[in-house]
Design a protein. Structure first.
Length: 288
């Protein structure tokens, strides 16, 4: 762990996390709009949307939630609007998300000490495909987190499952959401950088530590904002935006720290295989 901390500092990962935060903010609204447009098309708007916003009000300041809620409701008034919004959101979200993944690639290439190995076209194709995979995993996580209570009882009853299934769901959905979040981290670590990994692993040590660190940092930051720091008095109308930026930055810090841990574990494997000690990994770059 000490080597991971040193490498994290030497590689200036907090600065890379800041770059990731910028691109994430640029793609946040169209990506959320894309997901909610899909809900509108399959008939789950406004029930699921309302449940999500109710939860958001419990964990985020009104200065963040209210403007976002107002804008999204205007864009999702009916299924016809949702279809148009979906088409527009796909283009904007893809453009923004490829910027996020490109920033993540630059950071992870530093972590794994690798130069660009794939062509520009292949990188963009990988980023577009990765966007849809990550969006699907995010939707799964959202369903696991937000579909509970009476809505879950009604849904499971509708498909013929009784109260026992609803009780199992209420317990199992939280660890399942945690596992999907770890899968998201593992997917980014494997697909995004230009390093040739040994093999695919569904869950990596870096993903486990990264997600747990993210949860701990989110809890600590939330407690600090609500109990210690008077963010509203300091930043006024910008308080909600500042809180959102800081939380996304903490998320990216946790993501990149997990990547550094994976790189250090890989370096230990190389030493065990007889590779001469060195500061960088001895892994080839992806080609194409």
């Amino acid at each position: 762990m000490k080597r991971t901390l040193v490498a994290f500092y030497d590689d200036q990962m907090t600065h890379h996390a800041a770059a990731l935060t910028y691109y994430a903010l640029m793609s946040l609204f169209p990506t959320v709009l894309l997901a909610l447009s899909l809900l509108g098309l399959i008939g789950q708007y406004p029930e699921t949307y309302t449940a999500i916003m109710d939860y958001a009000r419990d964990v985020a300041p009104d200065s963040v939630v209210v403007p976002l809620d107002t804008s999204l409701r205007r864009a999702l008034q009916n299924k016809g609007t949702a279809a148009t919004t979906l088409a527009i959101s796909v283009v904007i979200a893809l453009y923004g998300s490829t910027g996020v993944l490109e920033a993540a690639r630059r950071a992870l290439n530093v972590v794994f000490s690798i130069e660009n190995g794939r062509s520009f076209l292949r990188r963009k194709l990988v980023d577009v495909a990765s966007t849809f995979v990550l969006l699907a995993l995010t939707l799964v996580t959202g369903i696991l987190v937000f579909v509970g209570g009476g809505f879950a009882d009604d849904l499971l009853g509708f498909i013929g499952l009784g109260p026992t299934a609803a009780e199992v769901w209420s317990i199992a959905r939280w660890p399942a959401a945690l596992l999907v979040a770890m899968l998201v981290f593992s997917f980014i670590y494997f697909v995004t950088p230009d390093v040739e990994h040994r093999s695919w692993h569904w869950i990596t040590p870096g993903a486990i530590v990264g997600v747990l660190l993210w949860l701990l940092a989110s809890w600590g930051f939330s407690a600090y904002v609500s109990s210690v720091a008077d963010v509203g008095a300091i930043y006024g109308a910008f308080a909600g935006a500042i809180v959102l930026v800081a939380w996304i930055w903490l998320t990216n810090v946790a993501l990149l720290f997990g990547a550094e841990l994976n790189a250090e574990i890989e370096r230990e494997k190389e030493l065990g295989e007889g590779v001469a000690p060195q500061d960088t990994l001895n892994r080839p770059a992806r080609e194409g």
